[in-house]
Write a protein of this length. Structure first.
Length: 371
């Protein structure tokens, strides 16, 4: 990729747009010379109500909702930032991975604005947005380790620099958030499943069901959750009809297995990370994605980081889940590191791994729906 230094970045205001899944979002962000940021506005419309009755995201409904909401959100983002389109120096939109209908809505809008205003366009990889958020919030130094756990992705990524990512591990089947959502659905709990499973688990006995711990001891850093989902289904089927306590016990057992698999995978990754010879002064593990909200998982990650003497960074929830500030920020980081803007004919990509050189894994990112 060609590089060209950009001057006066400090004054730059970028409008970011995010429409890759079920959040419609627009934000205005500036990056200061010392690497810190100003988030002038950060608007998000969550489509959960549109999708909850279906127990998951319906792509066609998502695309329609983006069309309906995006213009209004951009207007709100500009108003909150106290500026107009004329004050925007560049436009950035998620161009993959994700649901293609939604990606088209956001990217086409950004293209139209860039064309009309004669300003640069940045077509951003949604995963790069998540990967660089820790620099927006905490100005972390490279390289740091990122655990991305959301509805569509479960990845361990070594973030070595802007546009420089090594995927150390990924799920070979379901994403972790998807496993929470499917478990909730099996137990007739509401969507999204993560918060519902976490809440039910609080009242449960985590030892009543002996559920498997996928990938424990496996040499790779990959994840797998479909076997656990099947075990949950079997446990639930065996005791129909399910009483409230049964549901709580299954949820507690599910979370216990998830925590055990994460403990195994993440400690292996932290060991490998700690042994790198180019560690920064303050080595760090960052967690991103909706599942990062889970208290038991957060406590586990914190204790593992203490054990390996690595800083634990969990950005505020609204910047951990899908948002447009991270998309604007990724564009600003690209500018600051001399990457050129994208051409106006850039196409959205439902699949777009961060490390394009690496071999793809069966199932990883297959939905491309949520990251
Ligand atoms: O990053 P995110 O908000 O959206 C996308 O994936 O696009 O992540 C949503 C996922 C859902 O699968 C949801 O069930 C899960 O994050 N989630 C949780 C919790 N809160 C949300 N999973 C476990 N525990 C939670 N407290
Ligand atoms: Zn995401």
């Amino acid at each position: 990729m060609s590089k060209k230094p950009i001057k006066n970045l400090e004054q730059f205001k970028i409008l970011g747009i995010e429409t890759s899944c079920d959040e419609t979002a627009a934000a205005v962000v500036t990056r200061l010379e010392d690497g810190s940021s100003v988030i002038h506005s950060d608007m998000v419309y969550s489509q959960i109500d549109e999708h909850s009755q279906f127990g998951g995201v319906v792509p066609e409904l998502a695309a329609r909702a983006h069309v309906e909401k995006l213009d209004g959100l951009i207007a709100q983002a500009l108003e909150k930032a106290d500026c107009t389109l004329d004050d925007i120096d560049a436009f950035a939109a998620t161009s993959g991975p994700g649901l293609i209908g939604g990606l088209m809505v956001g990217l086409m809008s950004a293209k139209a604005l860039a064309m009309v205003k004669h300003k640069p366009l940045y077509a951003i990889n949604h995963l790069e947005g998540h990967a660089l958020t820790a620099r927006l919030t905490d100005q972390l130094e490279f390289p740091y380790l990122l655990l991305l756990v959301s509805g569509g992705h479960t990845q361990l990524i070594l973030v070595e620099g802007v546009d420089n990512y090594q995927r150390w591990g990924t799920t070979i089947d379901d994403a972790l958030g998807e496993a929470f959502d499917k478990t909730a659905k099996l137990l007739s709990l509401p969507y999204p499943g993560g918060p519902a499973v976490e809440k039910a688990a609080l009242q449960g006995d985590e030892n009543r069901f002996d559920l498997p711990v996928p990938m424990r001891g496996h040499k790779s850093l990959d994840f797998s959750f479909s076997g656990l989902k099947t075990a949950v289904r079997q446990a639930a089927t065996n005791i129909q009809p399910l009483a409230e306590q049964d549901v709580s016990d299954i949820c507690a057992g599910f979370q216990k297995s998830v925590t055990a698999t994460l403990r195994d995978r993440i400690s292996r990754a932290l060991k490998r990370y700690s042994e790198l010879d180019n560690l920064p002064a303050e080595p760090a593990l960052v967690v991103a994605g909706g599942v990062a909200a889970n208290k038991q998982i957060q406590a586990l990650l914190k204790s593992l980081c203490d054990e390996y003497e690595v800083k634990f960074v969990a950005p505020p929830h609204h910047l951990c889940t899908d948002n447009a500030a991270m998309i604007a920020w990724a564009a600003l980081e690209r500018m600051a590191h001399g990457f050129e803007a994208d051409a106006l004919d850039v196409a959205p990509r439902s699949r777009w791994p961060l490390d394009e050189g690496a071999a793809s894994k069966v199932g990883s990112g297959k939905r491309g729906a949520k990251a």
